[in-house]
Ligand binder design. Structure first.
Ligand code: ADP
Ligand code: MG
Length: 865
């Protein structure tokens, strides 16, 4: 598909005036009243005049001022959706879904007209007029329709979040808009952001030669009093709990919003608060089995069972039912040919009957016993900075309506933040930074801000990642505080000192594109015909080192040519394999695995594996602290998983085999209507299972579409792989993960007994100095094979020292390295003996070679190339 060359310099655009055609919308009076309270409504005329007269406009406004929900409606009413669609991108899937539903509701239009599309699902139809989508989805669309000819307007929402895809979209659209103008089919671009650093967009002349007009939506914001702590406690979750108790016990009414860093902390705090302030529904409701109380019970039960980070809330298994029509509609180039072929393989239970699966013996767990009353003791009021204002009897136990909010939460549960709070209760939302700008929670008066966020840091060269909790930026802290001033004057309690704020907080956080590995983006851009990614007009260009590392990884994968084009100084060309890889909506290494699976009937298994590996946390973590100690109660899942990868090549396939089993067996359980039960007893995350399924369907379709001689999924049964297939799967995993090879530290050479014990699970990773340890959850921990590949390496802070872990382990044979990752092998000598072999089918001559692997020069057994 690559296409039109991008112009190096943007030319100034002619003013392009949109002729407004008024399209009526019939809203309910309730909706209309709510809209009229939004600041942006007062500015509608000015906003629309600017948009009508300018091709590119930046709209910045306080969170909650109505940008996301109202602007698409303004555009619709002005006739922008008459012939083409209005597209809105969101960096977060949560927001894409929630906003499309809200706008459909406000406009009184069906979801077939105001729709959403995210990676795994959507409700887009041919009748869709306003389409909310994730930024990644739009980027994929550009690959096949560079001029975005289906759209009249593109709104890039939440541009201040600086997600990788939004940044690239800004760069691409800065060139697409002029091209559309040239063709007489103007496209409007609206970049929308909270009132944060917009200068990267407005003052970047490589991006826009003439800076686009900046519209500021002034929101009515009440003053927020900021309270710093004298000290900065390490245990901010406990501190947040204490602070919330105090606010609730002593301060006048108004919702409380607490910011912590991750799902686990959210759940932990929600549980503690609910225990301290139980909500009992009025007896009338209780009699008819009050829905809320049921749900509460359910949540507590789940939490007690898993006690960890995973989102194990039980959902309606119907949600998992496969709606083929809907999926098919969502595939971008539907062709009649493949529609008939798509069928997900069915599973036969007997094949998946797991050894020792019927043991219920170790089912029970110690109850969670950390009931504590800390923080309930009296403390002086001035800590709240509010002596005069205190309107409540201290110690009063008004019920607290505690709701969690994080991105992996199901959308129904997320939606509860917008629903009315039960009578007599105070709203308390415990959230990750989702509530910072993407979702505005009504009625918040108090904000408790722990001042931290969880970030995934990547090593620029190796791609090794580490989850670290860092301080947020000053900009984020101010955003969080601002959430308290939406209804009246509010208060923000920062769980850190002003000295820490001044000295340790950056002004703004770094854009994602400067933090993450960029190989999928690089490949995608190269396949779009952008040869010099280095010269691309990024709002903030990624680090050169990062781009080079990405290029290197793509070369090792075989997606880019290994040899540079000589005549020109162009970067290495995209290979055919690279083009195939980029068609799959997964990371390039997974794309390669799919591309290679086109033999031995492996595709259904690879699809299944790639699906499971691309979804976060399919298996509920057995080691809560991701460290070496197994959490109490985690053993039973762990033992089960151990038995899933029983013997032979199954066992050597290791952790991916566990995933394969889990998906297969869950699929069967689902067909029997026992999915949630199955997930609960086997430590699988229900929501993840539904995502794996969606991804499998999507990938299956993609393959049927792109690979003409394969008809995948006609076979109604997917048996577990044979032993031989399991062996091929190990090779395929190696082909995708060739840069993640590790070798066991040879214990025999170590004299010291203590040291031998310490290094029992230690591996040397190619390219890394420090040894890494086999994660406790790995089913290969007992076997510790000499050569392995891993899905992920990451570092954990442990007091002052750090320790490296590898997880998602598969055993490999060293002689495969020459075949699958030749570029990382160093061939020393070609042998005459045994004699070279001529292969008739390929016409190639194979000889034996002496070689080593990687920079560390690991000796390889005699191999054939
Ligand atoms: P912005 O994009 O400027 O941050 P939004 O358009 O997202 O603002 O939000 C405008 C208002 O709509 C907010 O007050 C928010 O609480 C409200 N809102 C958004 N979604 C819903 C919903 N599902 N139910 C009720 N109110 C909502
Ligand atoms: Mg918004």
């Amino acid at each position: 598909p690559p296409i039109t060359k991008l112009k190096p310099e943007p030319t100034p655009l002619p003013a392009c005036i949109h002729q407004t055609v008024y399209v009526p919308v019939h809203r309910t009076t309730e909706v209309q009243d709510a809209r009229l309270r939004l600041p942006i409504l007062a500015e509608e005329q000015q906003v629309m005049e600017t948009i009508n007269e300018n091709p590119i406009v930046i709209v910045a406004g306080e969170t909650g001022s109505g940008k996301t929900t109202q602007l698409p409606q303004f555009l619709y009413e002005a006739g922008y959706a008459q012939h083409k669609m209005i597209g809105v991108t969101e960096p977060r899937r949560v927001a894409a879904i929630a906003m499309s539903k809200r706008v459909a509701h406000e406009m009184n239009l069906p979801e077939s007209e105001v729709s959403y599309l995210i990676r795994f699902e959507g409700n887009v139809t041919p009748a869709t007029r306003i389409k909310f989508m994730t930024d990644g989805v739009l980027l994929k669309e550009i690959e096949t329709d560079f001029l975005l000819s289906k759209y009249s307007v593109i709104i890039l929402d939440e541009a201040h979040e600086r997600s990788v895809y939004t940044d690239i979209l800004v760069g691409l659209l800065s060139r697409i808009v002029p091209l559309r103008h040239k063709r007489g089919q103007p496209l409007k671009l609206i970049i929308m952001s909270a009132t944060l650093r917009v200068s990267d967009f407005t003052e970047n002349t490589r991006l826009f030669k003439i800076p686009p007009p900046l519209l500021k939506v002034e929101a009515r914001q009440f003053p927020v009093t900021i309270h710093f702590q004298k000290l900065t406690p390490d245990d901010y979750v406990a501190e947040a709990y204490r602070k919330t108790l105090k606010i609730h016990n002593k301060l006048p009414e108004g919702g409380i919003l607490i910011f912590v860093t991750g799902q686990q902390e959210v759940n932990q705090l929600v549980r503690k608060l609910r225990r301290t302030f139980p909500y009992q529904p009025p007896s009338k409701d209780a009699a008819k089995n009050g829905k809320e109380s049921e749900e509460e019970k359910e949540e507590t039960k789940d939490d007690a069972e898993s006690k960890d980070d995973a989102d194990s809330t039980v959902e309606d298994p119907k949600e998992l039912e496969f709606d083929m029509k809907r999926v098919i509609r969502n595939i971008r180039k539907s062709k009649k040919k493949f529609l008939a072929q798509i069928a997900l393989p069915k599973i036969n239970l007997d094949d998946y009957k797991l050894p020792g699966d019927d043991t219920e013996a170790d089912m029970h767990e110690q109850p969670d016993d950390d009931e504590d009353q800390e923080g309930l003791e009296e403390e002086n009021d001035d800590e709240l900075g509010l002596e005069g204002e205190s309107g409540m009897e201290s110690g009063q136990r008004q019920p607290l309506w505690v709701l969690p909010l994080y991105s992996l939460l199901s959308s129904e549960k997320q939606n509860r933040i917008f629903q009315p709070v039960p009578d007599g209760c105070r709203l308390c939302v415990v959230s990750t930074n989702v509530a910072e700008t993407s979702l505005t929670i009504p009625h918040i008066k108090y904000v408790v801000d722990c001042g931290r966020q969880k970030t995934r840091l990547y090593d620029k060269l190796t791609g090794v990642s580490a989850f670290v909790v860092t301080y947020t930026s000053k900009a984020s802290a101010d955003q969080r505080a601002g959430r308290a001033g939406r209804i009246s004057a509010g208060h923000c309690y920062r769980l850190y000192s002003s000295a820490v704020y001044n000295d340790c907080f950056e002004d703004f956080s770094q854009p994602d594109i400067q933090k993450k590995p960029v190989e999928d983006l690089m490949l995608q851009m190269r396949c779009m015909g952008i040869d010099r990614v280095v010269h691309f007009p990024f709002p903030s260009p990624p680090d050169q080192v990062q781009l080079q590392a990405a290029e290197r990884r793509l070369i090792v994968l075989g997606a880019l040519e290994a040899t540079k084009t000589e005549k020109t100084d162009l970067p290495p060309a995209v290979t055919r394999l690279g083009q195939v890889i980029s068609r799959f909506p997964v990371a390039p290494r997974f794309g390669k695995m799919l591309a290679l699976s086109h033999q031995q009937d492996l595709l259904p298994y690879t699809v299944c594996l790639v699906g499971a590996l691309s979804v976060q946390e399919v298996l509920i973590e057995t080691g809560v602290q991701r460290d070496e100690d197994v959490a109490p109660g985690a053993n039973r899942f762990h033992r089960k998983r151990q038995s899933w990868a029983a013997s032979g090549n199954f066992q050597l396939l290791g952790d991916p085999m566990v995933l394969l089993r889990a998906v297969g067996a869950a699929e069967y359980a689902g067909s029997q209507g026992r999915l949630s039960e199955f997930c609960a007893t086997n430590g699988l995350r229900l929501k993840a299972m539904s995502e794996v399924r969606k991804l499998r369907v999507q990938l299956t379709n993609e393959i049927n579409l792109n690979v003409s001689d394969i008809e995948l999924g006609v076979d109604p049964e997917l048996k577990p792989p044979t032993d031989a297939q399991a062996r091929f799967l190990r090779q395929i995993l190696l082909a995708g993960m060739g840069d993640r090879v590790a070798r066991k530290v040879p214990l025999a050479d170590i004299a010291d007994k203590e040291e031998r014990r310490r290094l029992k699970y230690a591996y040397h990773c190619a390219d890394m100095e420090e040894p890494a340890f086999l994660h406790v959850s790995s089913v290969l921990r007992q076997k510790t094979p000499e050569w392995v590949i891993y899905q992920e390496a990451y570092e954990l802070q442990n007091g002052d020292s750090t320790k490296m872990f590898i997880r998602g382990i598969t055993a490999i044979e060293p002689e495969w390295l020459l075949l699958y990752v030749p570029l990382l092998c160093n061939i020393r000598e070609v042998r005459e003996d045994p004699a070279p072999r001529f292969d008739k089918t390929s016409g190639k001559i194979y000889c034996h070679v002496d070689a080593t692997f990687g920079k560390s020069g690991w000796e390889l057994p005699l191999g054939e190339v």
